[in-house]
Design a protein around this ligand. Sequence first.
Ligand SMILES: [Zn+2]
Length: 82
Amino acid sequence: MMTDTVPEVVMVNSVAHDLFCHSKGHSPLECREIKLAMVQERFGQRLNLAIHIASCMKHHRPQKLKAITINGKTWRVYLSRW
Ligand SMILES: [Zn+2]
């Protein structure tokens, strides 16, 4: 999943697409349905994405965030400046 300075989701891979969109009518690269608010809602209080994205943009360093479990699967979240 990639974001930009807005910040908003601008691109997802197939794994993130399966988790957040569920539509089979378009490819993950064409997807415009996934919004940062949807992702944040799934993570809930466990992870504040906006704060980490802002820090990543400010310091120009990739970040590995804590692992999060959703629907029995563990997700490792990485952020990198585009
Ligand atoms: Zn989609």
